[in-house]
Design a protein around this ligand. Structure first.
Ligand SMILES: *[C@@H]1O[C@H](CO)[C@@H](O)[C@H](O)[C@H]1NC(C)=O
Ligand SMILES: *[C@@H]1O[C@H](CO)[C@@H](O)[C@H](O)[C@H]1NC(C)=O
Ligand SMILES: *[C@@H]1O[C@H](CO)[C@@H](O)[C@H](O)[C@H]1NC(C)=O
Ligand SMILES: *[C@@H]1O[C@H](CO)[C@@H](O)[C@H](O)[C@H]1NC(C)=O
Ligand SMILES: *[C@@H]1O[C@H](CO)[C@@H](O)[C@H](O)[C@H]1NC(C)=O
Ligand SMILES: *[C@@H]1O[C@H](CO)[C@@H](O)[C@H](O)[C@H]1NC(C)=O
Ligand SMILES: *[C@@H]1O[C@H](CO)[C@@H](O)[C@H](O)[C@H]1NC(C)=O
Ligand SMILES: *[C@@H]1O[C@H](CO)[C@@H](O)[C@H](O)[C@H]1NC(C)=O
Ligand SMILES: *[C@@H]1O[C@H](CO)[C@@H](O)[C@H](O)[C@H]1NC(C)=O
Ligand SMILES: *[C@@H]1O[C@H](CO)[C@@H](O)[C@H](O)[C@H]1NC(C)=O
Ligand SMILES: *[C@@H]1O[C@H](CO)[C@@H](O)[C@H](O)[C@H]1NC(C)=O
Length: 458
């Protein structure tokens, strides 16, 4: 019980130090009022329930562990502790509990392949910092095929439980500054997952990721619970593409009970994301909960299917619920982001219960993503269909940005969009209107005032 309290104190403290630079946050945390407890103790494994909605598949039910390994550390914030980490993970794999001790700092300067994990608990109580050696990481981080994503470490395996209330700090500032100078900088994601199954990641504080916070690839039956994400740039160069979660080639994923302060999608469903439940999230400053972008690559068939997003509150974001699909003509959004011409389907996606607070567009369906020339988008309609989509029980106020509009439903043709419904949408723009741009959709199924002038565009 006492350790639970300590973990939540740490999480709370870390939550209020969001805007403080890394070193200060670390010092404050080390000297914090909670003091340093006994260095060697194990956290009880949190008992995670998926509620109010249940996923389609029962959550993992891990067995108890029978061995404990404490990770050693140089504890100086500059010497690489990777070997100690690998030693502990190998000795405790297949039935053990690995502790990153409370009050201890761990420094990682080596790309770690952690895809061998099996029947193991990672109890992260301490403060884990990744090195700022951008040259090393660009040469050694793990490539993930999709959109030039790479990661500091690659997490995979079966029956892996991660918790403990500790912090992973991506040392993002050098990356935000480097990316501002060169958009081809390969920025690692903080948590890179490739091939993880039947696992639960919970009770963690994630700070200053260079790019996305989680990239979840080739994963099945994984739950994320009580994750606290934040990390703004302290220079003029904003922390870009810091998505909370991106799922890819994954199914049966639950993301819930988390707080996200970031600068891109709060959660994003990339190609081949199926059976995903997202619930009870608080998102601030993001780009909303997004399907896509999809259809980016010619010759690929992208599927996003059976998604349920329930009870999310959106604050100061560009979008609430969003579906972005590239049209069938190649286009360039920026030097490092171009595409269009892919095929596939978005099917059975529900956004239920969303609080909108100072959001530019509460709802945005955009099948002309990346193509600002509407004539061209309509001339080459997307080859990726959008069907059986429900937006319901939305309430709140948008920002002034696109008023009188609160949303947009833009399909590139009537034949590639089907059954898009918006019901009980109690969202108004600041001057009291609920207009929405509607193009090639059944307007009678939309609880908004359809207009034909597109206010926003990408
Ligand atoms: C990188 O981190 C080291 C400590 O590991 C520090 O001495 C150095 O100033 C940092 N460099 C930058 C550019 O922040
Ligand atoms: C996922 O699995 C596929 C098929 O095994 C593999 O080719 C790919 O490299 C894996 N990783 C990612 C990020 O797709
Ligand atoms: C909705 O999510 C918020 C956290 O953002 C939580 O406090 C509230 O209890 C949730 N509501 C339901 C019905 O679960
Ligand atoms: C929301 O984000 C804004 C801008 O990033 C930040 O200033 C504000 O403190 C955040 N709100 C909370 C409650 O964290
Ligand atoms: C997605 O799934 C479809 C159908 O199985 C497959 O053709 C396609 O290659 C997959 N795409 C990716 C990116 O894995
Ligand atoms: C739609 O997706 C939900 C999960 O979000 C699932 O429960 C339901 O069975 C799916 N419907 C169909 C027709 O597949
Ligand atoms: C949204 O931004 C405004 C202005 O920056 C700020 O006053 C407000 O606290 C933010 N909302 C939240 C929930 O942080
Ligand atoms: C990936 O990086 C290469 C060069 O590093 C660049 O040419 C390409 O546009 C990038 N692709 C994406 C999708 O970012
Ligand atoms: C948009 O594309 C059409 C068709 O190719 C072209 O005639 C028009 O000039 C383009 N408009 C702009 C603003 O580029
Ligand atoms: C649409 O995609 C299908 C494959 O799914 C392909 O056969 C067809 O040629 C594509 N149509 C266009 C206009 O690109
Ligand atoms: C709301 O504001 C928009 C411009 O911001 C204006 O065009 C519109 O007429 C206003 N509507 C009302 C009802 O005041």
């Amino acid at each position: 019980m006492r350790f639970h309290l300590v973990a939540s104190l740490l999480a709370a403290l870390a939550a209020v130090t969001t805007a403080i630079p890394t070193e200060q946050a670390l010092e404050a945390w080390l000297k914090g009022p909670q003091g340093r407890k006994s260095p060697d103790h194990t956290s009880p494994r949190p008992s995670i329930h998926c509620h109010p909605k249940s996923p389609g598949r029962p959550p993992p039910f891990p067995q108890p562990r029978h061995k404990v390994c404490y990770v050693r550390s140089h504890n100086d914030g500059v010497t690489d502790d990777s070997t100690y980490i690998l030693d502990a993970l190998h000795s405790c794999n297949n039935g053990g509990h690995v502790v990153f001790s409370e009050g201890v700092r761990y420094f990682i300067g080596t790309a770690l392949d952690l895809t061998f994990l099996k029947h193991i608990d990672l109890d992260i109580q301490g403060y884990v910092l990744f090195s700022n050696d951008t040259t090393y990481w660009q040469a050694h981080s793990f490539p993930f095929i999709f959109q030039n994503v790479t990661s500091f470490f690659k997490l995979g395996g079966d029956d892996v439980n991660i918790y403990g209330g500790g912090t992973l700090d991506g040392n993002g500032q050098v990356w935000y500054d480097l990316y501002a100078k060169n958009i081809y900088t390969l920025r690692p994601v903080l948590i890179g997952i490739d091939g993880l199954h039947n696992s639960i990641i919970s009770n963690l504080v994630l700070r200053y990721s260079p790019e996305y916070y989680h990239f979840v690839a080739n994963a099945t039956n994984v739950i994320f619970d009580n994750i606290n994400i934040a990390g703004a740039s302290k220079s003029a160069n904003v922390a870009k593409n810091t998505d909370g979660w991106d799922t890819y080639r994954s199914s049966d994923i639950t993301i819930q009970n988390s707080v996200i302060n970031n600068g891109d999608d709060c959660v994003s469903f990339k190609p081949n994301s199926t059976n995903i439940l997202v619930q009870n999230l608080w998102c601030n400053g993001s780009h909303g909960i997004s399907v896509g972008s999809l259809g980016q690559y010619v010759g690929e068939y992208d599927i996003v299917k059976n998604i349920y997003v329930y009870n999310v509150s959106m604050h100061n974001t560009t979008d609430g619920a969003r579906i972005k699909v590239w049209p069938n003509s190649p286009t360039e959004l920026s030097g490092d982001l171009q595409g269009g011409g892919g095929t596939g389907m978005v099917q059975n996606v529900t956004y239920d219960t969303m609080t909108i607070d100072n959001v530019d567009y509460a709802i945005e369906v955009d099948q002309c993503y990346g193509q600002s020339n509407l004539t061209l988008c309509l001339e080459f309609p997307s080859n990726l269909t959008i069907t059986d989509i429900v937006f319901k029980n939305f309430q709140g106020r948008t920002s002034k940005k696109y008023q009188p509009e609160i949303g947009a439903f833009a399909c590139s043709s009537g034949t590639v969009c089907n059954n898009i419904q918006a019901t009980n949408i109690n969202v108004l723009s600041p001057n009291g209107t609920n207009d929405a741009y509607c193009l090639n959709v059944d307007e009678s199924a939309l609880d908004v005032t359809c207009t034909s002038t597109y206010k926003g565009f990408n």
